[in-house]
Design a protein around this ligand. Structure first.
Ligand SMILES: C[S@@+](CC[C@H](N)C(=O)[O-])C[C@H]1O[C@@H](n2cnc3c(N)ncnc32)[C@H](O)[C@@H]1O
Length: 393
């Protein structure tokens, strides 16, 4: 088999029919309209109507995200925005499910066949307890969440995440999947050219979308993708193998892995911590500290913490906590990354907290100029830039 771009894995092996393609394109365009055009209207509505009205009633502007929310709940536009965004989120998953169900036997069989190739590995643990953070609800309204299994050797939830992500981001700047990892890897190569990690671990990797770019850009490294959810890992291993990228997919809990102390030079994650409780966040960061070899780096892409942004953007980012089954989203953002890293044992002098542009949405020369500090980083939002927090060991 020729190699397959991981982003196109399901569509190559189990193509959508014309109706499904049309439905998926419609949802991507609707999401673009909601997340770009309506979201811009919403911020104007706040500036021109909701904030002045609050000022008139209280003699001061809204002080925090909760007050902005109280002001915005009065605005019909916010309620329309929320309804549309909520329904579009459900339709993202609905728009790809028939395609997966129709082709599931073939996808599972191909994943099994690819396992016999000598390319990376897949190590599952059927006895691993699924943490409440994952099992309690369908995170971001994805039916079955990360971990549910319907048939033996099931890859359905992994395929659902792959195809759903394509539809979800199809109209936005992060449409190039894996752009977080491409951005972090290029940032490291540009700014720390002597840092050549030999062992890399991605925590909460799901299907490895943001793991594979490390295998591509650091081809001499041994790369691990860790997650609790077996269907994500089965599907992830299949698409990595189909792309010719040797990655070791392991089913473990990031709070307490079985790797030895100091066994990695680079420990990364993307979109992971906001799905963890405050307690789990602390345990995972302590595990990062334990796993890093001297001179190693841990770096995580996450939402901006509440201290970095104004009350309106805090309110806007908290939307997912209220309407998108993201129960830890808001509490995660109320933690200070500096405190978190210091509490986990990292040296306050060796922290790495920054925002970098999306490599996939910028010209490489411009990307390099921005990360060198010669140009401003694009504002956060819709994949224009990524907030990073981490530390050197
Ligand atoms: C939002 S997804 C991460 C997406 C992925 N990193 C990416 O960039 O595409 C969060 C993942 O974390 C996993 N997860 C949640 N809690 C975990 C834990 N304690 N240990 C390992 N994985 C966990 C979930 O199963 C899920 O696959």
């Amino acid at each position: 088999m020729d190699t397959i771009d991981p982003m196109d894995y399901v569509n190559e092996l189990a193509p959508a029919n014309a109706q499904e393609r049309a439905r998926q394109a419609f949802i991507s365009a609707a999401r673009r309209h909601i997340m770009v055009d309506l979201s811009e209207d919403l911020s104007q509505e706040y500036a021109s109507l909701a904030a002045p009205q609050w000022l008139e009633e209280h003699g001061r502007p809204p002080a925090d995200s909760h007050e902005v929310r109280r002001a915005m709940l009065q605005r019909p536009l916010f309620n329309a925005f929320s309804s549309l965004r909520y329904n579009a989120q459900e339709m993202v998953w609905d728009s790809v499910m028939d395609q997966i169900e129709r082709n599931l036997d073939g996808l599972n069989t191909t994943a099994r066949r690819l396992r016999s190739k000598q390319c990376g590995s897949l190590t599952l643990d059927a006895d691993l307890p699924i943490p409440r953070d994952v099992s309690a609800m369908d995170i971001h309204l994805m039916p079955g969440c990360w971990h549910e299994e319907h048939t033996p050797d099931d890859t359905a939830q992994g395929a659902l995440f792959e195809l759903g992500s394509n539809v979800f981001g199809g109209g936005l700047k992060f449409a190039r999947r894996g752009s977080v990892a491409y951005s972090i890897a290029h940032y490291l190569l540009d700014i720390f050219p002597d840092f050549r990690p030999r062992r890399i671990l991605d925590l909460g990797a799901s299907i490895g979308t943001n793991t594979l770019p490390y295998a591509e850009l650091f081809p001499d490294a041994e790369v691990y993708a860790l997650d609790v959810a077996a269907p994500q890992l089965r599907h992830g291993h299949a698409r990595a193998t189909a792309a010719g990228l040797p990655v070791h997919f392991v089913q473990q809990n990031a709070e307490a892995t079985d790797f030895e102390d100091g066994s990695f030079d680079l420990v990364v994650s993307s979109y992971f911590f906001h799905e963890l409780s405050v307690k789990s966040t602390q345990r995972v960061l302590r595990e990062c500290h334990r796993l890093l070899a001297p001179g190693g780096l841990t770096v995580h892409m996450e939402l901006p913490d509440a201290g970095q942004v104004d009350p309106y953007y805090n309110f806007y980012l908290d939307w997912d906590a209220y309407y998108n089954n993201e129960p830890h989203y808001a509490a995660f953002r109320r933690q200070d990354p500096t405190d978190l890293l210091r509490t986990a044992g990292f040296d306050a002098e060796r922290l790495l907290i920054t925002r970098i542009p999306n490599y996939s949405a910028s010209d490489p020369a411009e990307f390099a100029a921005i990360v060198r500090g010669e140009k401003a980083t694009p504002a956060h939002g819709n994949g224009a830039s990524w907030c990073l927090f981490g530390a050197w060991r």
